[in-house]
Design a protein around this ligand. Structure first.
Ligand code: ATP
Ligand code: MG
Length: 413
């Protein structure tokens, strides 16, 4: 028997979330946490701090779902209107919550700050609400019930929102629907476009299985996320096997992680060191690797050799090879990788050379033509890539594909 997960909705409020000033982070966070508990965040609505807009959004959401979370607008200023609209929905008034008022007073006394007229308004709550203490800030969370509907008011600042949700909302959701977490499986896939990937998986039968499938695209990478539907355990197992079978070595990790994390783990496991020679990526690979703490155990360093003179002078690329084939070519990529390995005193040398655009492309060597090469002392593997998109995307993709060459060298595939 297949049953849909229970649903909740979220309303975030604040002009700053709509005018580009602040990234709305609540939906992503709550969506993940809820999914982990077997709930589905079904809709996220963002409204300005306007009572009419908030009222319309809240009332229509509460007509659709049993559980609604509203964040923000619980502070003391005139744009904080959430509790008034909630009181209206519950058909009650707003009252001072004495225990919270005491906490507000104590907080100000502790900081030696004088109270102003507005501060106490943090302690206003909807009459009859269950009040959830906020140990991360001042305005408490609130739980209101009417006609079998549950309305939760949470403070807006992300630290407070997440804190109060962790303390009260998530346990409430877990208790309300004790079905337990659903199984999930992530696949980080490299070298496939999102639509080609989805078409391939559907052709193999994924579309016919009762699983939740989501695709998130990033440069050169697609994250495929599978989640079990309740009662769909066998289909989930089939879906996992299907993705593994269809994508094989293009799956660099069965987790949500950037390729450099996988590569560094593989280098560490084998005690193998790496040196870089970057042309069109200009140090991106080195930057991404050095984001990772502890990478010095496997990364020797890198050379950014943009100009041909440096390819010759620092890496020993033969001038004759450059003259005969041009900087963006298979033999130059090969010589760069071998040079990086020798100069860096590393087990592996990795090189990238390409045309990142938007200028500099020719019919023979168009924008997006990139060579990546990996030398291991026994031989050198070179791959020709045809990457698309603007300069920034080509560079990010080239960096990822180069790193993936190292992974394939180490693990095969
Ligand atoms: P306060 O008492 O601080 O006024 P509040 O509960 O009234 O809190 P808001 O005024 O809506 O909440 O938001 C407070 C701060 O939190 C603002 O800086 C706002 O930009 C930020 N914030 C609110 N909602 C979100 C969100 N969804 N994602 C990220 N930041 C948010
Ligand atoms: Mg506010």
């Amino acid at each position: 028997m297949m049953s849909a997960p229970p649903r909740l909705e979220l309303i975030t409020s604040g002009a700053e979330l709509l005018n580009g000033a602040v990234l709305n982070r609540h939906a992503q966070w709550l969506g993940r946490e809820a999914a982990g508990l077997g709930w589905e965040l079904h809709r996220d609505t963002t409204v300005p701090d306007d009572p009419a807009a908030l009222r319309e959004a809240m009332f229509s959401a509460l007509a659709r779902v049993e559980v609604l979370v509203v964040s923000g607008g619980l502070g003391p200023t005139s744009d904080d209107v959430t509790r008034d609209v909630a009181a209206d929905w519950a058909g009650v008034g707003v009252v001072m919550h004495e225990p919270t008022r005491a906490v507000v007073h104590a907080a100000y006394a502790a900081r030696n700050k004088p109270l102003n007229d507005l501060v106490e308004r943090h302690a206003l709550v909807v009459d009859g609400a269950e009040v959830w203490p906020n140990t991360y800030g001042l305005a408490p969370g609130e739980h209101l019930t009417r006609d079998g509907r549950h309305l939760f008011l949470l403070p807006g600042p992300p630290r407070e929102f997440q804190g109060v949700a962790r303390d009260f909302l998530l346990p409430w959701l877990a208790a309300r629907h004790p079905a337990g977490p659903v199984r999930r499986q992530d696949f980080s896939v490299i070298g496939w476009g999102e639509s080609d990937l989805a078409a391939r998986l559907n052709a193999d039968g994924l579309a016919g299985l009762a699983v939740e499938v989501a695709y998130c695209a990033a440069p050169a990478r697609v994250l495929v996320r599978l989640a079990e539907r309740s009662g769909g355990g066998e289909d989930f197992d089939r879906a996992v096997a299907l993705v593994r079978g269809a994508l094989g070595g293009a799956v660099y990790a069965e987790a949500d992680e950037p390729v450099e994390v996988t590569v560094v783990r593989a280098l560490e496991a084998r005690g193998v060191t790496l040196a870089l020679a970057e042309s069109c990526t200009g140090g991106l690979i080195g930057a991404r690797l050095t984001e990772l703490a502890g990478v010095s155990r496997v990364l020797r360093g890198g050379v950014v050799c943009y100009h041909n003179e440096l390819k010759v002078g620092l890496l020993g690329v033969p001038e004759a090879v450059l003259a005969a084939h041009g900087a963006v070519s298979e033999p130059v990529a090969r010589a760069m990788a071998e040079g990086a390995r020798r100069v860096g005193g590393a087990d592996l040398g990795l090189a990238v050379t390409g045309v990142a655009g938007p200028d500099g492309g020719t019919a023979e060597k168009p924008v997006g033509l990139v060579y990546v090469a990996c030398a291991d002392g026994r031989g050198t593997v070179v791959r020709e890539l045809r990457l698309g998109g603007p300069r920034s995307l080509i560079r990010e993709s080239a960096a990822s594909m180069a790193l993936d060459l190292v992974r394939r060298q180490l693990v095969g595939g």
